[in-house]
Design a protein around this ligand. Structure first.
Ligand SMILES: Cc1cc2nc3c(=O)[nH]c(=O)nc-3n(C[C@H](O)[C@H](O)[C@H](O)COP(=O)(O)O)c2cc1C
Length: 186
């Protein structure tokens, strides 16, 4: 699974044209279900228009570009989350369908929240500190920690956070890749 995580991250970071070329191969190799209604030949303009119907509020052009890719990978077997602005407390901008199903939260409930809202009594403070350290020095980190769904049940979450460099060369956002790897009973 680490391999798929790395491929997803790498794919998200491609420019739009290369991403569109790469996506069909990714879907084939990892047997991902892509999200309708965004057929591969749909133009970026159409996708962005569809984003407006998601009522995301104000998003930067860079965020729109990333979110358009996330929508395409919405049911990939790992959740994808975008937070920003990076210099604030990383409020959530967008979360894919897989992440919403995994966490039990709707996009409306998550938007504007820091994802520490998933943490609770069983969450290991050392893992949280590892994420915090990565954020402080703008470096990618991966941890496994207990998170809590909206209904209060807990699951072990493998979280990778990746700093995203915007058009002006500074880090504007963070990408999260999340995988539920166990439950309280397993
Ligand atoms: C993009 C992104 C995704 C994150 N996803 C999660 C997550 O799924 N679960 C979690 O417990 N923390 C997640 N975090 C970490 C928290 O948002 C927060 O950074 C962490 O708790 C450390 O900060 P704190 O010590 O101020 O809480 C994520 C952070 C970022 C930037």
């Amino acid at each position: 699974m680490a391999e798929l995580r790395d491929v997803l991250i790498e794919t998200m970071l491609l420019d739009e044209e290369r991403f569109r070329q790469r996506l069909p191969g990714l879907v084939e190799t990892h047997q991902l279900r892509t999200v309708d209604p965004h057929p591969a030949d749909e133009s970026p303009a159409d996708i962005l228009q569809n984003l407006d119907t998601l009522k995301l509020g104000s998003v930067t052009p860079f965020e729109r570009e990333i979110i358009a890719k996330m929508v395409r990978l919405g049911t990939a077997p790992m959740g994808l989350t975008l937070t920003g602005p990076a210099y604030q407390d990383n409020p959530l901008r967008y979360a894919t369908q897989t992440f919403r199903e995994m966490s039990g939260y709707s996009l409306t409930a998550l938007r504007g929240e820091n994802l520490r809202l998933l943490q609770g009594p069983a969450t290991d403070p050392e893992s949280v500190a590892t994420l915090q350290e990565g954020i402080d020095i703008w470096e990618q980190r991966t941890v496994e920690l207990w998170n809590y769904r909206a209904d209060g049940t807990r699951f072990k979450n493998r979280v990778t956070i990746v700093p995203l460099t915007g058009p002006d060369g500074s880090i504007t956002n963070w990408l999260g890749v999340q995988k539920a790897i166990g439950t309280a009973d397993s």
